[in-house]
Design a protein around this ligand. Structure first.
Ligand SMILES: [Zn+2]
Length: 69
C-alpha cells in the first residue's frame, strides 16, 4: 500500500512507439518497438521533455497542480 501507482491514460500509438501519460503526475511512459525481423521493445520514461534514467517504473509522486486526488 506504500508504492504509488501511476494512473495511465489511454495509449497513443505512433509508428514505432506508443505513449501513455499518467493522469496524476504527468509522467510519460513511452514504449518503443523497433520494427524488423526481431521485434525489440523497450520502455522509456519522460517528464518535462526530459528522459528519466529509470530502468523500472518510477513511483508516482501524486497529483501535481490541478490533478485528480
Ligand atoms: Zn504518476
Amino acid at each position: 500500500m506504500t508504492a504509488a501507482r501511476h494512473r495511465w491514460g489511454p495509449k497513443t500509438a505512433f509508428l514505432n512507439k506508443s505513449e501513455r501519460v499518467c493522469a496524476r503526475c504527468g509522467l510519460v511512459k513511452v514504449t518503443r518497438h523497433d520494427g524488423g525481423a526481431t521485434v525489440i521493445s523497450w520502455v522509456e520514461y519522460w517528464r518535462d521533455c526530459q528522459r528519466l534514467a529509470y530502468r523500472n517504473t518510477p513511483p508516482c509522486p501524486g497529483a501535481r497542480g490541478a490533478g485528480e486526488p
